[in-house]
Design a protein around this ligand. Sequence first.
Ligand SMILES: [Zn+2]
Ligand SMILES: [Zn+2]
Length: 145
Amino acid sequence: MKCPKCDGELKEETYQGLPINRCNKCSGIWLNYPELEEVEDKVWSDEELKGTLEFNPVKSALNCPLCNSVMTKFNYRYSDLIIDTCPNFHGFWLDSGGVERVEKLMEEDKAAFERKIRVENQWDKHLAFLHSPTFMNKVRDLLDI
Ligand SMILES: [Zn+2]
Ligand SMILES: [Zn+2]
């Protein structure tokens, strides 16, 4: 396959057990359609919680290396990482280092989410305490009712 970005060739290789296609000139990576999700799932597999994949999609200057259709570029999950995708669901184009950024962003999102859950759990405990009989009795004692 020809690289959608430069005049290089996309060569098949394996990235952490996943088959990918990397350009021998610009090191950009072409992922077949399910592979982007597989990269993510290695880090965080809770699909419901990841948020919008394709944020702010616009027409790309690149063409799909498989069907030559004009691709759509978008901001990956509200980040500044730009990914191109084929309208016929052939795959995703990531510039050099893009796959590593996907992994890093997933890790950050997962950590932020877990932090949020911890805070919410503490808040729930706090609320439970405010409604607990012990606390209500103390309030009654204080108010003498
Ligand atoms: Zn290239
Ligand atoms: Zn295509």
